[in-house]
Structures are given as C-alpha cells and as structure tokens.
Design a protein around this ligand. Structure first.
Ligand code: SF4
Ligand code: SF4
Length: 148
C-alpha cells in the first residue's frame, strides 16, 4: 500500500487493498437500522447483522456477504454521496468529507484493538439479530439520529 494513501489520493483512486484497509473494523455499519420516511431520521439498533462476528466486529463471510445478506451494502467510491448513513467516525466518511483519520485508526495506530478499547466499535454492546423476531426490534433501538 502507498504511504498515507488516504491523504494522498481520492477514494476513487485507491487500490482494492487500500480501500479495504481503510475500514477501521468498528462494525457500526453492520448494526440494523431503520430510516423514518417522513423525518429522515435513522433508528439504530443494538442488533447486529447475523454474519457479524461480535468479537472481531468483522464480517464472518465477507466474500459471500452480498449473496447471503441482500440488505448488505457494498461500499464503493460511487456511493460517496450516500455515506451520510455511516457513523461520523467511519473512515470512508471521514475521507469523503475531507477529514483526517482518527488517531485510533489501525492505519495510524498500528493496533487493530484500539478501536475496541476506545469504545468506537460495537464489541461491547452489540448482540446478534439471529433469532430476534421483528416485532421486538423496537425494544432494541439505542439511538435515533438525524441524517445530516
Ligand atoms: S462504519 Fe465504516 S469503518 Fe466502521 S466497519 Fe463500517 S465501513 Fe468500516
Ligand atoms: S453481511 Fe457482513 S458486511 Fe454485510 S452487514 Fe452483515 S456482517 Fe456487515
């Protein structure tokens, strides 16, 4: 990977390896969410996609994720203008908005555990959505956030 590629090149010019390395491994994008059609607000649940490994906060079947979970979104530079549903901490959103990576990001810290120790990842609170009936989803809302 090129040195500090995230500062030197726009997202659409990153190699596949650089693009993947940009993910900080927080797992926040793998929490279930629902958007209110009228207000546009996003309800975020503590329920994680059934494929999320709750300890590593990484997808347990990344290669086949789109076939196994149709709702999963494959982030690409072409979707940059839709990144507002991602958390402010997300490295893709940061770079797309011209912000710096956080100091805890693995590319800067060299330590993939720091995102968990800093409480950025979902490791400490997420539970699997597997087996949870949809009528109980409302009980799992942990935040309602405006899409800004
Ligand atoms: S929110 Fe962003 S940085 Fe975090 S896991 Fe998802 S894509 Fe990676
Ligand atoms: S399929 Fe994998 S990447 Fe997609 S939302 Fe689920 S855990 Fe996340």
């Amino acid at each position: 990977m090129r040195e500090r590629f995230w500062e030197q090149y726009p997202l659409e010019e990153l190699t596949a390896e650089e693009w993947e390395a940009l993910c900080d491994g927080c797992g926040q994008c793998c929490l279930l969410k629902f958007q209110d059609d009228e207000s546009g607000e996003l309800a975020v649940l503590n329920l994680a996609c059934e494929l999320l490994d709750l300890h590593s906060c990484r997808c347990s079947d990344y290669e086949n994720r789109l076939e196994r979970v149709p709702e999963c979104t494959r982030l690409t530079p072409a979707l940059i203008d839709q990144f507002r549903w991602l958390p402010h901490s997300c490295a893709y959103r940061r770079v797309a908005e011209g912000r710096k990576l956080a100091r805890w990001h693995p590319l800067l810290s060299g330590d993939p555990e720091r995102v968990h120790r800093k409480g950025i990842s979902v490791r400490s609170f997420a539970v699997t959505s597997r087996g949870v009936p949809e009528e109980e989803y409302e009980d799992h809302i942990i935040a309602v956030i405006p899409i800004d």
